[in-house]
Design a protein around this ligand. Structure first.
Ligand code: SF4
Length: 729
């Protein structure tokens, strides 16, 4: 069970929460208390005043790949878990946003899953998107309002009810009121009147007592210090009620006018007979699964890749548009979406595409934007999203990929209820909660989009059919993607195997849904994200993958095709394709050989999968003057059939020395830093750039590189008017 204790700051809700946690633990529950107050003293009485590292401080000061739950999780009385969300420095930042971030962190480590009872201690003065998280994201099954008879405490309690009503208008989420007496005037009557007016029971009455202060001096709860005291027994009794499935009530706050009347001592008109505690009528529902998107940080593990460029919103949008029949809904200001759309539709990018440099992005038939403004950071922009999504549904759109930018992240807009509403209309909404930069950079946004669709869009009931295969994780921005795909399709079709789904490259949603139809899949490339995607498909859907990534070079591709032939019972067909391609390959080699006559080639290669380059070198009879290999041969599993007689001991100094001695015409490398060490009068071919796959990956490179020799390093075209005019026309 998850219990949120809301109350005005200073009302004693942290004392109430800590004593309640202690009482639940004393009843045998495994309890986690999460302090959601920036002043981070919620759990002090449980862990006896030890120094606390708040989640927000921790996130600020700890690199992402070094973060661990144990660094912020303390253990207190009877093994209660104690966590403090913390907040930004006073006067800076947004504390509500901080709560969202802290919850994302806890979700990342599945912190809540290890406890029977979670107690959230939440500041109730401000019920913004962040502070409403325990209720808004349906973490809390039961809400307690802590109040005294003081006006401000009752105002705050009513305000919390307003927030809950907005977030959960039809649900019953409130367990009742904890009346914490401050010993002022006729406060018992005021609290009773308020409880009656809002139709809630008073579940516990905590008398004003110096015992609390004495226990607090020793940094203990009263339940721990004096479990036999009257006050401690109240908490133990309250814990017993909680464990016995209390009745839950809907939020029925007083209106402003009613509140005014109430404060003046008049009875508001909605007041009726006092609410009696009854036998359980509404059973506490099981803890709902965390809504999609709440684990986004877990999905953004750092991995080696190009540095930051662009935000996660843009990355997710850039990938989402590759689904041909889904509409993208940007829950974002116009400026963010302009920036994202410009990325795939600008004149410059179209120009690159037309010249075959970029892979085409499919601008979907529908790209809608909620056009939220900075005001929506204050009031929340969910209504805009709902309106747009319903309009899209009315137009017959059946698949929507919603991507959130920074402002919805700040205001804490949660699209999950809208997703459920759309489902009833037959519309699938996939939510990519990037929250702009919250999920990270461009690649993190892409990763989140990939993973969300892998987890949510694939139909797990589909059964495999023969003679089809999936291709997963093709590069979406590459000059080679289209060609690689065509080549692969050509080879496989000749063997009678069709491509079932390209995940996620120029694909239809229906084919993504039918992903499981293919008995095998292949990774187009295999990096950290590729590895994670493969894991999702294997673990969630039981899919099978061929080893490694798409093959490169003749031998590797032939071996790969033979393996596919064996798996699909098409060995003869595979041999036929190989024989046909071999003829073609030989012709290409014969044509290329003269282009490298009298040319000296030098390799400077690290331990990527590079067999194909050595095979190419052998087949073209290159004059390899040196092959400098760097890294450790053991770092990767590679097939070293074409190994040159060199050890893995190279470095930049050996490269410089070799260049000076051997004076190569062409240096082939896959090491970007090394490029800077190479004099400008030597041609370089960098394998870190786009290299295709398949039988002819090597010969295509060789043809391209041979054209380097036709250029003059002095910039012949600059002095040749005809070339200049031709290029610039
Ligand atoms: S970082 Fe945030 S504000 Fe900037 S473009 Fe991305 S989503 Fe918009």
């Amino acid at each position: 069970m998850q219990i949120a204790v809301y109350g005005k700051g200073g009302i004693g809700k942290s004392t109430m929460s800590a004593n309640l946690s202690a009482a639940l633990a004393a009843c045998g529950s495994k309890v986690l208390q999460i302090g959601c107050d920036p002043k981070h003293d919620s759990t002090r009485l449980l862990h006896h005043g030890r120094k606390v590292v708040t989640i927000l401080d921790y996130l600020l000061n700890t690199p992402e790949d070094e973060q661990k739950l144990d660094d912020v999780l303390m253990t207190g009385f009877l093994d209660t878990g104690c966590v403090e969300a913390g907040g930004p420095r006073p006067g800076m930042g947004c504390a509500g946003r901080g709560i969202l971030t802290a919850f994302d962190f806890l979700n990342q480590f599945h912190a809540m899953e290890h406890y029977d009872q979670i107690v959230y201690d939440v500041l109730g003065d401000v019920v913004c998107g962040g502070f409403a998280v325990p209720v808004r994201r349906q973490y809390a099954n039961a809400v307690f309002l802590v109040t005294s008879g003081e006006s401000m405490a009752i105002y705050a309690a009513n305000n919390i009810l307003c927030g809950i009503k907005n977030l959960n208008p039809n649900g019953s989420q409130i367990a009742g009121i904890i009346y914490n007496s401050r010993g002022v005037g006729d406060e018992s009557k005021r609290v009773e009147d308020f409880a009656q007016a809002v139709h809630l029971p008073i579940l516990a009455r905590i008398p004003r007592s110096s015992s609390f202060a004495q226990a607090e001096k020793e940094a203990m709860t009263l339940v721990e210090k004096d479990p036999d005291s009257t006050e401690a027994k109240i908490f133990l009794e309250l814990a017993g009620k909680l464990l016995n499935q209390p009745r839950l009530y809907p939020a029925q706050p007083l209106s402003e006018e009613q509140m005014e009347l109430f404060m003046r001592g008049d009875t508001p008109s909605q007041a009726t007979a006092p609410v009696q505690e009854k036998k359980p009528a509404v059973v506490i529902p099981p803890t709902p699964a965390a809504p999609s998107g709440t684990k986004k940080r877990a999905l953004s593990d750092p991995f080696s890749r190009v540095p930051l460029y662009g935000c996660a919103y843009r990355g997710a949008v850039d990938l989402a548009i590759h689904i041909k029949d889904a509409a993208v809904l940007g829950h974002a200001p116009k400026s963010c979406t302009w920036y994202a759309i410009n990325g795939f539709s600008s004149y410059a990018r179209r120009g690159l595409y037309e010249r075959g440099i970029l892979y085409p992005a499919f601008v979907p038939r529908q790209f809608e934007n909620t056009d939220i403004t900075v005001n929506d950071a204050v009031y929340g922009g969910i209504d805009h999203a709902r309106q747009k999504a319903l309009e899209m549904a009315a137009r017959g759109i059946r698949n929507i990929i919603a991507v959130t930018a920074c402002i919805p992240g700040l205001s804490g807009d949660d699209l999950v209820p809208l997703q459920k509403e759309l489902k009833t209309l037959g519309v699938n909404m996939y939510i990519i909660h990037t929250d702009g930069i919250e999920a990270g950079d461009y690649n993190d946004g892409m990763a989140l989009c990939y993973k969300t669709l892998a987890l949510e869009a694939v139909d797990s009931d589909v059964t495999p059919e023969p003679d089809c295969i999936n291709i997963v994780y093709e590069p979406t921005i590459s000059s080679q993607t289209d060609k690689n795909f065509m080549d692969l399709q050509d080879m496989l079709e000749k063997m009678g195997i069709r491509i079932n789904c390209r995940f996620l490259c120029a694909e239809f949603m229906e084919n993504i849904r039918q992903f499981k139809k293919a008995p095998y899949s292949i990774m187009a490339r295999y990096d950290e994200l590729g590895h994670q995607l493969q894991n999702i498909f294997e673990e969630k859907y039981g899919c099978k993958f061929l080893d490694g990534e798409l093959p490169r070079g003749f031998s590797e591709t032939a071996d790969w095709l033979r393996m596919v032939g064996r798996l699909y019972g098409k060995t003869a067909e595979a041999e036929q394709v190989i024989a046909e391609k071999q003829l073609q390959y030989r012709n290409q080699i014969d044509a290329l050989k003269p282009l490298y006559k009298n040319k000296k080639v030098l390799f400077f290669l690290n331990n990527k999968i590079i067999d194909w380059i050595f095979e190419l070198s052998r087949d073209l009879d290159w004059n390899v003057v040196d092959s400098i290999l760097i890294g450790s041969k053991e770092d990767r599993t590679i097939d070293w059939r074409h190994q040159f007689s060199k050890d893995w001991d190279g470095n930049l100094e050996s490269l410089k020395k070799s260049i000076a001695e051997k004076k190569p015409d062409l240096i082939i490398l896959n090491h970007s830093i090394a490029q800077a060490c190479i004099p400008a009068d030597i041609f370089t071919a960098n394998l870190s750039r786009d290299v295709g796959s398949g039988f002819f990956a090597g010969t295509e490179c060789a043809l391209r590189w041979s054209q380097l020799f036709e250029n003059s390093l002095e910039g012949r075209w600059k002095h040749d008017k005809s070339i200049f005019e031709k290029l610039c026309r």
